[in-house]
Design a protein around this ligand. Structure first.
Ligand code: ADP
Ligand code: ADP
Length: 225
């Protein structure tokens, strides 16, 4: 079932003459894992920032049939730098707080829901820790749990593992795949690493320097979703 539809996406930043994205078309189904490759500066980040709702754009981006106009709970962006949690809130508070802002009134219900999703990413025993007491990977998992608790179906990742050593990266990759399978999420994942793209994605998209799609393919060695 289609979850993301992009038609003729064009992006130009207000402060620049360059057109960054020149007519991107893309369809993703639920539970797809799309890896995006392409040279530095070709517009990969720009594209997923548009999907996240952080940027204005021309053309069409629809998530589950709804036009993207701003960030929303159906999409979560997980960053590389791990600094995406409130440092003054506990792990639990980092999840209950956005639920509260999102309108969940009952405090006990917020706590229960946060605990449920912390459990799913294997961090329940860390719920009273503060972010600085966690590893980078654990912080990313808290961010994922937050997205899941908020009901996100699409997780957007911009080179999340780029700065990690090979061992840690491998561990993070399998944790991500595990959570993705369990929660039936759709993932869009930017990477510079062809090996990483091949081992993670069921779909691979390569962008050209000039802001167009060079190639879109199904990954022949991935298991079908
Ligand atoms: P990639 O992720 O593929 O490396 P980016 O999407 O980060 O590429 O950048 C694509 C182009 O857009 C680059 O030329 C970059 O300088 C430009 N760019 C990125 N962000 C902005 C911005 N906020 N304002 C103006 N230009 C930007
Ligand atoms: P409240 O309704 O009291 O604001 P929340 O539902 O937002 O509570 O957060 C629940 C849990 O989050 C708290 O029990 C606490 O552990 C943690 N928390 C919330 N805010 C903070 C804070 N400013 N500093 C540390 N922990 C916090």
């Amino acid at each position: 079932k289609n979850i993301l539809k992009i038609r003729n996406l064009v992006k130009q930043y207000d402060n620049s003459q360059n057109v960054i994205l020149k007519g991107i078309d893309l369809d993703l189904n639920e539970e797809d894992f799309l890896c995006i490759l392409g040279p530095s500066g070709c517009g990969k980040s720009t594209m997923i920032r548009c999907i996240a709702g952080f940027e204005g754009y021309e053309g069409t981006i629809e998530v589950s049939g709804e036009k993207v106009t701003k960030p929303g709970p159906d999409r979560i962006m997980v960053f590389q730098d791990f600094n995406q949690l409130f440092p003054w809130k506990t792990v639990l508070g980092n999840i209950t707080y956005p639920l509260k802002v999102g309108g969940m009134k009952d405090k006990e219900e917020r706590k229960k829901r946060a605990e449920k999703y912390l459990d799913k990413v294997n961090l329940l025993q860390y719920k009273d820790y503060y972010p600085h007491q966690l590893s980078g990977g654990m912080k990313q998992r808290v961010a994922i749990a937050k997205g899941l608790a908020l009901g996100s179906k699409i997780i957007l990742m911009d080179e999340p593992f780029a700065s990690l050593d090979a061992m840690t990266r491998n561990k993070m990759q399998s944790e991500l795949l595990h959570i993705k399978e369990k929660e039936k999420m759709t993932v869009i994942f930017i990477t510079h690493n062809i090996q990483e793209a091949i081992s993670l994605g069921n779909k691979i998209m390569v962008m050209s320097k000039n802001g167009t799609i060079k190639e879109k393919m199904d990954n022949p060695i991935s298991k079908p979703v």
